[in-house]
Design a binder for this molecule. Structure first.
Ligand SMILES: Nc1ncnc2c1ncn2[C@@H]1O[C@H](COP(=O)(O)OP(=O)(O)O)[C@@H](O)[C@H]1O
Ligand SMILES: [Mg+2]
Length: 304
């Protein structure tokens, strides 16, 4: 028996080994990296659910992307088709010729459209309160009364933005899970273990797609695909991105130092791209941005 096993990757939850068999060729063995039995059981359950999704998507036979097929499941290990390709990091992506960039964007848009239509598209409409801590409360006493008023209004307006549809989504887009082979021009999408409902906005403007700089193009390509009109894409990405950036910032910020905290918040707001790429100021976020008062149209999101 001549089988060679080499570790080729490790994600958040799994280790992957390339298995090269003289007779059977190449495959990947995926195993849980969990130390405890309970976590391994959970890992297996998630992977089994993902396996069902892989089958559903594979049956669509969309030629613009591929998903590794499951070859066998035994002893808490999954044997998968080998995706012989490189991780699409920002570095790799920026080095690709335009044609390959288009192939990646087109494949991702197709995959997203397919994924979104696997389960009913839900109408959500408006995001609820997005900030764990109130920016305005933290800012109290640290900024001028005028700036405090602006912050309060910005916070209120960012919390009532339309999000468009909620869609069934991959939910774990990152360079670990998106591979591309320049020679064969094949885009591989891995790891459906985190699939779940998410606002459509997140699928296009995830940190990963933003880092690749492809969010707007992805959305445009997607909009022209058959069936995409069933998804309500009526969201203001720039404002929602700012809301997410502020939320991320607040989650890790040192709230024992309000002065620096407020400086950080203001710099995030100022760095936000606003209307045609103009740099925003605190006040044009609120006024120039033409943010409508959504409160009377807002729906309660506690029920999901
Ligand atoms: N079929 C495959 N072909 C090639 N590499 C794979 C394959 N499956 C997994 N890998 C590698 O293993 C890593 C972890 O697998 P993944 O399914 O993403 O699990 P995790 O849940 O740990 O992120 C991937 O990022 C990739 O590098
Ligand atoms: Mg992964």
């Amino acid at each position: 028996m001549s089988t060679v096993k080499t570790k080729i990757g490790s994600g958040h939850e799994s280790d992957a080994f390339l298995v090269e068999d003289a007779k059977l060729g190449k495959s990947v063995e995926l195993a849980s990296n969990a130390k405890t039995g309970a976590r391994r059981v959970m890992w297996k359950q998630k992977r089994q659910l993902a396996q069902g999704l892989v089958l559903e998507i594979s049956n669509l036979n969309n030629p613009t992307y591929r998903i590794p097929k499951t070859l066998a499941v035994e002893n808490n290990k999954f044997s998968l088709e080998f995706a012989d390709a490189e991780q699409v990091t920002s570095e790799l992506f920026s080095s690709l010729p335009q044609q390959d960039k288009n192939a990646v964007i087109n494949g991702l848009a197709n995959f997203m459209r397919d994924m979104h239509h696997l389960r009913p598209i839900r109408e959500v409409g408006f995001r609820g309160d997005i900030f764990a801590a109130s920016i305005a409360d933290i800012a109290q006493g640290h900024v001028s009364p005028k700036d405090l008023k602006i912050l309060k209004k910005a916070e209120k307006d960012l919390s009532g933005l339309p999000e468009g549809s909620e869609v069934f989504s991959h939910y774990d887009f990152e360079s670990d899970n998106v591979l591309y082979d320049k020679k064969s021009k094949i885009l591989w999408i891995l790891d459906l273990a985190e699939s779940n409902y998410r606002p459509a906005y997140y699928d296009f403007y995830s940190q990963y797609f933003r880092a690749l700089g492809i969010s707007d193009e992805l959305l445009n390509v997607y909009k022209n695909l058959p069936g995409a009109d069933k998804v309500n894409l009526d969201f203001n990405a720039e404002k929602l991105m700012l809301g997410d950036d502020l939320q991320d910032y607040l989650e890790d910020a040192d709230i024992t130092n309000p002065t620096d905290l407020i400086k950080g918040i203001v710099s995030k707001i100022k760095a936000a791209k606003w209307h045609g790429g103009k740099t925003a100021t605190l006040s044009n976020i609120v006024e120039g941005g033409g943010i409508m008062n959504m409160n009377d149209r807002r729906i309660d999101r506690d029920d999901y």
